[in-house]
Ligand binder design. Structure first.
Ligand code: SF4
Ligand code: SF4
Length: 220
């Protein structure tokens, strides 16, 4: 089983507590921030486990390479602190179950991923996309499953994500442009935090658009 890389000592010596001090949903000063993260790291209870709204931002606020939000989610799951009723969580988990209904375009080393949202296909046309289309994929077999982090369920992510990485690996892709932002976060950030090796470069859709607009500036 893959395990989160989290170093308690980094929190114990943290000079800022930025993860929680900068949180837009908790009102916390530095001393409390550091104390609460140390408690969470040691498996103790914390009001943060009740009050976090799963916005994900503290993953970016921490500049010491720790993973506060993933740790909060792990602890919530361990302690049974649910963020939604069990039936709704189960219904959502079923939505992401691979069903053999994925679709592949003319897949090349560089590919556009729609997660499992085929409606994106109608939006990607014209000059902006002609250097990548019709190399595309979508389907549950290529879906990151990171939505379940909002349900305090990292188990299902750790179970499914390595298989999904393997599905990409079998296609031999070298660069994946993710239209779904959480898919980008999964492969660029969450997978490495759990030691899951990703065999391709992850590109956010906005980065792709920015670079294409620069390339096509004479047409604008
Ligand atoms: S998670 Fe990062 S920012 Fe937060 S206390 Fe630990 S080291 Fe500091
Ligand atoms: S994920 Fe939770 S603790 Fe982290 S910044 Fe968002 S609300 Fe705050």
């Amino acid at each position: 089983m893959y395990e989160l890389k989290f170093d308690d000592n980094l929190c114990k010596t943290c000079p800022t507590g930025d993860c929680l001090v900068k949180c837009q949903y908790l009102d916390v000063e530095k001393k409390t921030a550091v104390e609460e993260m140390v408690k969470i790291g040691q498996g103790e209870d914390s009001f943060v486990l009740q009050d976090c709204v799963t916005c994900y931002a503290c993953e970016e606020y921490c500049k010491r390479g720790n993973h506060p939000f993933y740790l909060i989610t792990e602890r919530r799951e361990e302690k049974g602190i649910l963020t939604s009723p069990r039936a709704i969580t189960k219904q959502w988990i079923n939505i992401g179950e691979p069903q053999g209904k994925y679709r592949l375009g003319d897949v090349k080393e560089r590919v556009l991923s729609f997660g499992f949202m085929p409606e994106f296909l109608q939006w990607v046309k014209g000059k902006l996309f002609e250097d990548v289309m019709p190399s595309y994929i979508f389907g549950q077999e290529f879906f990151c499953n990171v939505v379940y982090i909002h349900f305090a369920n990292t188990s299902i992510i750790k179970e499914r994500l390595p298989k999904i990485v393997d599905n990409f690996r079998k296609l031999g892709v070298k660069e994946v442009i993710f239209v779904h932002d959480e898919c980008y976060g999964a492969f660029a950030h969450l997978a490495p935090a759990y030691g899951i090796e990703v065999p391709f470069k992850s590109v956010h859709y906005f980065e792709y658009l920015y670079n294409r607009l620069k390339e096509l500036k004479d047409f604008i």
